[in-house]
Design a protein around this ligand. Structure first.
Ligand SMILES: Nc1ncnc2c1ncn2[C@@H]1O[C@H](COP(=O)(O)OP(=O)(O)OP(=O)(O)O)[C@@H](O)[C@H]1O
Ligand SMILES: [Mg+2]
Length: 303
């Protein structure tokens, strides 16, 4: 993928100083990377490695100590470009006494949208984040996951080209996580560019095209998720269930080719799949409960 860069970061450094201008923390050290149009880019790293700092620098909320940042063809400090950016911060900052409708109405007005446009966008987003049932409840009554959902709707109110998501799946249940991942993929399908930070590596692996790993403000790894994770010195074959005899035959064929059979097992479905299926079935068949005589659901899943 050689699409044009939406974000260009060159030799970016950020030192946080204390009240007297003394150097306190070197949060980023000569970071260089590009994010291309239409990709989902994951920013990973341990706590305090500089992910949130990077996002704030992209938005022009912080000034760099050194280096250059261009976002959507504009310098990061030009905040007018932020009209084309959606941002879901790490911490919720929404007004607790507004309900979901009022929240989106408020942010729609900030972007000078017409009343008809605001209403249409509001209805569409509330449905997209699955909050129809709670749209008239004040946000102070929302659970963590519901707050994350309304935060995403707020971030998308201006139909942004670039979406910056700081920990989008934190606090979400597996169903919410799965919805959020689906929504992030949909953004890519619409041609948007997404940058997300997350500690939930399985989520990052599921949705991101490319990732960067930061450690103490330095870039340690950059590349495509598939390329980085592919074990090129091994081959995986998936077949229908094999008898003992068939496995022996396969082994002898492999020997003929100078290869060895390393592991024979039935594939396992993931806990995420099991959880999602259980919730779906519970919705479809409300009164049903688990009884000890029942076969484990995972065995059903492997079929
Ligand atoms: N306003 C601030 N003043 C001083 N130091 C700060 C400030 N904000 C962040 N830092 C420091 O900068 C470093 C990077 O912080 P940052 O919030 O970017 O990390 P992060 O990768 O987002 O971490 P986490 O995974 O915990 O969210 C940390 O050492 C942090 O203490
Ligand atoms: Mg952070």
């Amino acid at each position: 993928m050689d699409a044009e860069p939406v974000i260009q970061i060159r030799n970016l450094s950020k030192v946080y100083r204390d009240f007297w201008g003394r150097k306190k923390v070197e949060a980023l050290n000569s970071l260089s990377l590009e994010v291309r149009r239409g990709e989902i880019f994951g920013l990973l790293g341990p706590n305090g490695s500089g992910k949130t700092t990077t996002i704030k620098l992209l938005l022009g909320l912080l000034f760099p100590t050194d280096g250059e940042v261009t976002v959507l063809g504009r310098p990061a400090h030009d905040v007018s470009k932020n009209e084309r950016i959606g941002y879901l911060p790490e911490e919720s900052y929404l007004y607790r006494f507004l309900n979901a409708d009022e929240t989106l109405e408020f942010y729609g007005r900030l972007f000078n949208m017409s009343s008809a446009e605001r209403k249409q966008r509001r209805d569409q987003l509330i449905e997209r984040v699955g909050l129809q049932h709670a749209r008239r409840r004040q946000l102070k009554e929302y659970s963590k996951g519901m707050t994350r959902r309304i935060g995403l709707a707020q971030a998308l109110i201006n139909d942004p080209e670039l979406v910056l998501l700081d920990e989008p799946t934190s606090g979400l249940d597996p169903l919410g996580t799965s919805d959020m991942k689906e929504m992030i993929r949909n953004l890519r399908d619409q041609g948007k560019t997404v940058v997300m930070c997350s500690h939930l590596l399985a989520d990052v692996q599921d949705v991101c095209d490319r990732i960067a790993i930061l450690y103490q403000g330095e870039l340690k790894v950059l590349g495509g998720v598939h390329e980085l994770l592919e074990a090129r010195d091994e081959t995986e074959l998936l077949t229908s269930s094999l008898s003992e005899e068939a496995i022996k035959d396969v082994e002898s064929v492999l020997q003929k080719h100078g290869a060895s059979l390393q592991r024979v097992a039935h594939p396992k479905s993931t806990l995420e799949e099991l959880f999602l299926r259980t919730v779906k079935e519970s919705k479809e068949r409300p009164g049903r409960r688990f009884t000890p005589e029942e076969k484990p659901a995972a065995a059903e899943a492997a079929k």
